[in-house]
Design a binder for this molecule. Structure first.
Ligand SMILES: [Mg+2]
Length: 177
């Protein structure tokens, strides 16, 4: 059903997650949303903490790539500064482009995890692709106008998940399925 979403875990922010969490869950490729997950949608350049985080994750032999619904130039430049791949105009919640990137990387889906701040687009696409997803809160208040529409639906689903205890803190998902 459209409104049912499956999150592997929930985190307040990608920046609070220990790298050990990814390691213990056998992640080899971490796919991340950019807008409001790594940085504000307004950011053309990665923040210092984004640079540090990506560096730290990659030092643990986990590759990182951005999967964004935002258009080309902004994301391409941002990813380039981080030295990582990106998929722009990714059309989340559809999984076609996400799946195409995963096939290109030839990494089993069991070794891939997604992190994003939106229930409808990020969790939706990861669910369709069959990969685990960590839902985060948005890191800044501001959103692009297109995001507002998805947030309205996302908020309702999120509330339902919270009520049913389906948003499990990432700290309780160490090395478990
Ligand atoms: Mg986002």
């Amino acid at each position: 059903m459209f409104f049912i979403r499956h999150t592997f875990a929930h985190a307040k922010s990608i920046y609070e997650i220990d790298i050990d969490f990814f390691k213990s869950n056998k992640v080899k490729l971490l796919l991340v949303d950019k807008d409001n997950t790594l940085d504000s949608f307004k950011a053309y350049h990665p923040s210092e903490r984004a640079v540090e985080l990506v560096k730290k994750i990659r030092a643990s032999d986990i590759d990182v790539a951005i999967i964004s619904n935002n258009h080309g130039p902004k994301i391409v430049g941002y990813a380039k500064e981080l030295g990582i791949d990106c998929v722009t105009n990714s059309c989340k919640p559809f999984a076609k482009k996400l799946n195409a990137y995963i096939s290109k990387r030839n990494i089993p889906k069991d070794n891939i995890m997604f992190v994003g701040d939106q229930m409808v687009t990020d969790v939706g696409a990861a669910n369709k692709a069959g990969i685990r997803v960590v839902l985060t809160d948005k890191i800044v208040k501001e959103d692009q106008w297109t995001t507002h529409i998805n947030r309205i639906f996302g908020r309702a689903i999120r509330k339902k998940h919270q009520r049913k205890g389906l948003l499990i803190d990432w700290r309780n998902k160490y090395g478990k399925d």
